[in-house]
Design a binder for this molecule. Structure first.
Ligand SMILES: Cc1cc2nc3c(=O)[nH]c(=O)nc-3n(C[C@H](O)[C@H](O)[C@H](O)COP(=O)(O)OP(=O)(O)OC[C@H]3O[C@@H](n4cnc5c(N)ncnc54)[C@H](O)[C@@H]3O)c2cc1C
Length: 497
């Protein structure tokens, strides 16, 4: 078969996953990334003696990465070392109690026993319930391009389609979690998983309880050297398969004749291609890269963006043995936090604080007497009335004060600092209104409303990445690249789906 040409837009994980598969399938692939390096929201920064991952910090479902390496014909262990994290996260509650969450069932039982003895059995029951959702929902919602009617209507999916009510779509995450646990701290802990795909536990369907199952039953991981090593590895695999990666190369337009994509415009030059794979945010692509199709653009802009975030990178000249690799300092009123974020698009008065410190696993990421703190706060997507220059100073003080009350008085120990607001996420990664996980899953129908992997308006145009099916987060965007590549290959004439 002749080598069909593909132009890939963006160098995020979805695009890299798609590019690798397409190259392996015999396509001739060129990838264009507007930034000086690939990786998108999986990024790294070095500030003096401190090294930081600036985006994703926790890896789940690592088998998705293994499968990509296998497909490409490379050995993952030659490139990447996955490190199981235990505890996965240390939780600090507003009543000053703490708990270490672990994928080790026995340890988790003891931790819950110490926090709330009445909830030990509830945890078992909750995991069984979440496993049932996983069993019923994962094949369709994570691994199948659900907008392709013929692929959805496979006999193996009928069991799920007839039992959709058992994936608990009509209750919210919070309502469902509250039915299992009696202790408000455990309710808050399990509610939190809705934020893993940028959603609000008080609105998102309880189907998202699949996420704690994935974490507690399948584990949480770090990549030795930093999460960005994943990008180095995938870029090396892509290059090894002949993908031409162009950085500092912004795609200005997707070329088309109204019906079919025919290439991309980069620096005023048309790059001809038989197919286009867009790994840039699909809503921004419809807004800025695809001329015409106004109705489609308006419809997509009505989809609610996911959470955004505010990130503080702090190189701290002090050691904190009381902190683990991943830590959460909860707000005292989670409901109020999400009310402000999603209903009013306001910066929360009292944010939940996430702290990841990779120097706990990789000593070289900070000086011997220091730590590299990545601090993430949930934030609303961009909306009018927000003044981020002001908010970042306000939030800095709020966070440092709260940490000081907890016994982490770091303000005078901060040696290097970098701050990212939702405006920065929008500019750096061209993400829709600064969202960090694409579209929120705050409605029961989001899975079906999310943008399909094959364009609805142009032939030969496909989408990968967090803004399209199956959604945001490392494993899902890698799967989006798989689905887009498989659909493209199928359209070329080879059946892979
Ligand atoms: C702060 C933060 C924390 C996170 N934590 C986690 C976590 O712990 N675990 C997890 O699994 N996930 C996490 N995520 C989510 C995860 O990082 C993302 O879902 C995933 O990396 C997105 O990949 P993507 O394929 O959508 O591409 P993106 O990362 O969105 O990259 C898109 C790329 O396209 C480029 N681009 C855009 N427009 C153009 C154009 N016109 N021309 C050329 N290039 C263009 C951009 O510059 C960018 O590099 C986090 C994200 C953030 C920001």
């Amino acid at each position: 078969m002749e080598n069909k040409k593909v132009a890939v837009i963006g160098g995020g994980l979805g695009a890299l996953s798609g590019a690798i598969r397409l190259a392996r399938l015999g396509f001739s692939v060129q990838l264009f990334e507007k930034n000086p390096k690939v990786g998108g929201k999986v990024n790294e920064v070095v500030l003096e003696n401190y090294r930081f991952d600036t985006g994703a910090s926790l890896l789940t479902m690592p088998f998705v990465i293994d499968e990509l390496f296998d497909f490409a014909g490379f050995k993952r262990s030659d490139y990447l070392d996955f490190v199981s994290i235990d505890p996965i996260c240390r939780y600090f509650f507003s009543d000053d109690s703490e708990m270490d969450a672990s994928a080790d069932k026995a340890k988790m039982r003891i931790a819950i026993q110490q926090l709330s003895p009445d909830d030990v059995e509830a945890y078992e029951q909750f995991l069984n319930y979440a496993e049932q959702i996983h069993t019923l929902a994962s094949e369709i919602f994570m691994f199948t391009p659900i907008h392709e009617f013929r692929k959805l209507m496979k006999p193996r999916h009928f069991q799920t389609l007839f039992r959709l009510h058992q994936i608990d779509p009509f209750r919210t995450v919070h309502q469902s979690v509250s039915r299992f646990f009696s202790d408000p701290r455990l309710i808050q802990l399990f509610d939190r998983y809705a934020t893993y795909n940028g959603s609000d536990p008080f609105q998102a369907p309880a189907t998202l309880n699949i996420i704690p199952y994935v974490e507690y039953a399948l584990g949480g991981y770090y990549i030795k050297g930093g999460i960005y090593r994943l990008i180095d590895a995938l870029a090396a695999v892509a290059c090894g398969l002949g993908v031409q990666i162009h950085t500092s190369a912004k795609v200005e337009k997707i070329c088309h004749d109204g019906k079919r994509a025919s290439g991309v415009l980069v620096n005023g030059e048309k790059i001809e291609a038989d197919y286009v794979l867009c790994g840039a945010d699909a809503i921004v692509a419809h807004d800025e890269l695809i001329d015409g199709h106004q109705n489609r653009r308006e419809r997509l802009n009505r989809l609610e963006p996911s959470l955004s975030g505010m990130v503080f990178l702090w190189g701290v000249r002090a050691k904190h043995p009381k902190l683990a690799h991943h830590n959460i300092v909860f707000s005292s009123d989670y409901d109020a936090e999400f009310e402000q974020i999603f209903k009013r698009q306001q910066v929360p008065d009292e944010p939940t604080i996430y702290i990841a410190i990779t120097s706990k696993a990789d000593a070289s990421h900070a000086p011997v007497d220091g730590e590299n703190w990545f601090v993430l706060l949930n934030m609303p997507y961009l909306a009018s009335g927000q003044i981020w220059e002001k908010e970042k100073d306000r939030m800095r003080s709020v966070v440092l004060d709260k940490l000081k009350r907890l016994g982490f008085d770091i303000e005078d120990r901060i040696e290097v600092e970098q701050i990212y607001t939702p405006e920065d996420f929008s500019q750096l990664y061209a993400s829709n209104r600064g969202s960090i996980y694409g579209i929120s899953s705050n409605s029961k129908t989001t899975a079906f409303k999310r943008i399909p992997n094959r364009s609805r308006i142009l032939d030969r145009l496909y989408f990968a990445g967090g803004s399209v099916h199956p959604g945001g987060g490392i494993p899902l965007v890698i799967l989006s690249g798989k689905m887009a590549a498989a659909l493209m290959a199928e359209d070329r004439g080879s059946n892979l789906c």
